[in-house]
Design a protein around this ligand. Sequence first.
Ligand SMILES: [Zn+2]
Length: 182
Amino acid sequence: MVALSSQGSRISAGSRGVCGLLRSRPLVPYREGPLAYEPTVVCVCNRKAPRWISWSDDNPGRRYYRCSQARTDGDCGFYVWYDPDHTTFMKNLLLDLRNAVWELRSKAEEIAELKEINDLLSSENKEKVLVVMAQQKDLEERSQQLALLANKISSRSSCSLFCCGFVMLLVGLFFGLMLGAM
Ligand SMILES: [Zn+2]
């Protein structure tokens, strides 16, 4: 086992265009839990140190022990490699595989986001279609009411025209009679 001065990280930056969230998840499912190994290795603060897999640019696929309190105030800084250094070929191979996994995850994430947006838009569209249909129905009802009103008005005006003509006729007769009597 080799002690290391700098803190390598499973989530260290490296490849292009992939968000940190995707990288923070383990690249491959662990075959055994980080604490399910034997014999126990304890850190400076006397706790069993979890064994993780590094996916950093320098040490892809290489296991290491780290203090269980890493990245907290109680971190004793314990950091020891379990696997020996890989050959350059293995390192590059693992880096290519790591980047392929990150890229696929990124695409899966994008597809999930697009699907979410699509679902949202289609549900909004459905609501809008319902609103438009309700408005259309309302317009049809109003137009029917207007047509009825127009019919009533035209029948009343023809009636009043008839009444007016009748009165004129009576007035004419009256004046005619008056003139005849004179
Ligand atoms: Zn510790």
